[in-house]
Ligand binder design. Sequence first.
Ligand code: CMP
Length: 144
Amino acid sequence: MERTLAIIKPDAVERGFTGKILDNIENNDLKVVALKMLHITKGEAEGFYKVHAQRPFFESLTAYMSSGVVVSAVLEGENAIKKWRDLMGATNPKDATSGTIRKEFAIDIEKNSVHGSDSPETASYEIPYFFSSLEIFSRRPTQT
Ligand code: CMP
């Protein structure tokens, strides 16, 4: 079992695709084990994407990610990281395979509708960035 962080980005939330994207996740053997809707600050977006701090698109990306509401989720399943990345499709929707979320919904390489952790190391940074252990429900012991 593996966990990954998913974000439904402002362009997709604004256009009303949250339900369709969550439906796609749940129909593809991934379990939603944590879920929240939030509006992050520019500073929070910068911290989340700090690996991209030297990239030319960093300023624009972090402004965009803090421009509206996002939905973040922890997904759990076998090979969850790869499975979610395969469902998302290529970063640039122009390169995405048909049937993927980005092919269907994304506007451009920045407003690309969804995010997913790209490795176990990244997931172990990204999941606790959004969720405390008490907010992740899969392995919580039965309460008495
Ligand atoms: P994401 O999977 O969230 O990871 C980093 C994000 O940076 C990526 O999706 C895109 O939204 C954005 N991104 C990556 N490459 C570019 C680029 N060349 N120009 C603009 N934005 C980019």
